[in-house]
Design a protein around this ligand. Sequence first.
Ligand SMILES: Nc1nc2c(ncn2[C@@H]2O[C@H](COP(=O)(O)OP(=O)(O)OP(=O)(O)O)[C@@H](O)[C@H]2O)c(=O)[nH]1
Length: 619
Amino acid sequence: MSPRAVHALEPAATDPARIRNFCIIAHIDHGKSTLADRMLQITGVVSDRDMRAQYLDRMDIERERGITIKSQAVRMPWSLGSAQGAAETYALNMIDTPGHVDFTYEVSRSLAACEGAILLVDAAQGIEAQTLANLYLALENDLAIIPVLNKIDLPAAEPDKYARELASLIGGDPDDVLRVSGKTGMGVEELLDTVVRTIPAPTGDPAAPARAMIFDSVYDSYRGVVTYVRMIDGKLSPRERIQMMSTRATHELLEIGVSAPEPAPTKGLGVGEVGYLITGVKDVRQSKVGDTVTNAAKPAADALPGYTEPKPMVFSGLYPIDGGDYPDLREALDKLKLSDAALVYEPETSVALGFGFRCGFLGLLHLEIVTERLRREFDIDLITTAPSVVYQVTTEDKKTVTVTNPSEFPAGKIASVHEPVVRASILTPKDYVGTVMDLCQGRRGSMQKMEYLGEDRVELHYTIPLGEIVFDFFDQLKSRTQGYASLDYEPAGEQEADLVKVDILLQGEQVDAFSAIVHKDKAYAYGVLMTGRLRELIPRQQFEVPIQAAIGARIIARESIRAMRKDVLAKCYGGDITRKRKLLEKQKEGKKRMKMVGRVEVPQEAFIAALSGDTEKAK
Ligand SMILES: Nc1nc2c(ncn2[C@@H]2O[C@H](COP(=O)(O)OP(=O)(O)OP(=O)(O)O)[C@@H](O)[C@H]2O)c(=O)[nH]1
């Protein structure tokens, strides 16, 4: 803790002139959470004894993976270097934001609650794709930007070089770029002073009817939904009735307070303040992010401008391995939905996999996190089918169908297929420009623009079909550029494309879970690859299993698995019965992880690995 940390904070309705609302924006791994930790410690809101790494990342998955998923807001007291006494104390509200592309929508809503942003850049890496993407979002929200280089304690840091780069990006003097180390705490006090000096105080009308913007809502199993708000006008107090302006639903305000960072109830929240509300509501959908909270007795006339709703970009089928777990899966999804408004799902059935759900996600990381949580928190063993994007398919009789599951691709004559595309921005050292262009071309990308950023880095702008980047594009990009390139993308509408559905048949029977929508030019290669992979992945059975790939009735590739009787006991000479039993048990275990498709046993890995595009996993 710094000697300048201030203990007591006025409980509520702080003078807006003494409030600063800011967030930290950075590329992934540039050290946002570590810097936030240091700020909590230096301002004294978390004692050295209670400090643990990534204090604000509450979810186990967040901590294990070292990523931030849900944003959090914390209030910290700070007094300027020369100032003394509580009168000079400022309340700094820091809103932590996630860095991964899947969660961009969380970043933008956090930004809307702030007047300023710390743009944090790793002093050994320089500007990356999400640095730019987040900077643009911040500028769109008219935020004051404080450029900061982090990790200056690293021997590999090149602060002079990157200060120039950063200054030329946002306009300004390289000497004004602050240099800090979130790890050692170096420069963090100066940074807090700069926050107070350069970020504007919030403005709003204290006499107007209350208007608070919801920027996050989190489900807590003990307290119900905790809604995070930023007060724009007026004041909210405990026990009063509040109204959600989009639905007109009213609730009693059971508790109102600030996160400091543990929840601390207050006598209310006034103009410019950031805090939480608890109403006893149990479902995050009733406390919608982007909605405006007002006073039910004296409602505001107009709601605040909302946010764009997150739209699921990637769909996948989730099936319990044990069909008996289906009701549990439904219950688990209902529970997850309470805290994850971006998750959508509806029941679906697959001939191969039985009853399950088609779920929509923001991206692959979101999918991974949800399935991981289902496994971990709800103990459900799942098969996830290959992720698919959303296609609009128009048949010759002018009917348009939205296809989120390749097996629902309409049969018969197709007039057109539209696929989602994204605007991708890739930052790479100039030596790798050729390889990156090859990769993008191979994925049907079309280059829009190429720009030099500083001396040796290039930003490439591409329009690429989303379906071509959801699988292994990022991994490929990283491995082809030795980890140096970075990627950011945003939806950019749809385009018409020559796409076909490729089916896979086992023993002449179509396996719906294996169907995929691919570009016509790639269909043949895809069929050969898939049948080859499945031959490797499916163990020999007691009969021959032909594997075929087909477009409609036309077979485009074929492999077969030769028959073999798998006698696990063959290896057991002699009569050691315990050993025999062990082997049989083991075989039974293996069987559990198999799914019967017709008469064929298919290991669960085949469903995801065969289609993931990730050749390593498929092996
Ligand atoms: N040497 C050094 N390492 C740092 C510093 N700050 C962060 N790191 C390390 O950089 C890595 C990433 O830091 P995080 O704070 O998790 O990064 P982040 O930006 O919050 O990452 P996301 O939450 O995933 O966006 C961790 O291994 C940190 O220990 C620093 O100032 N110096």
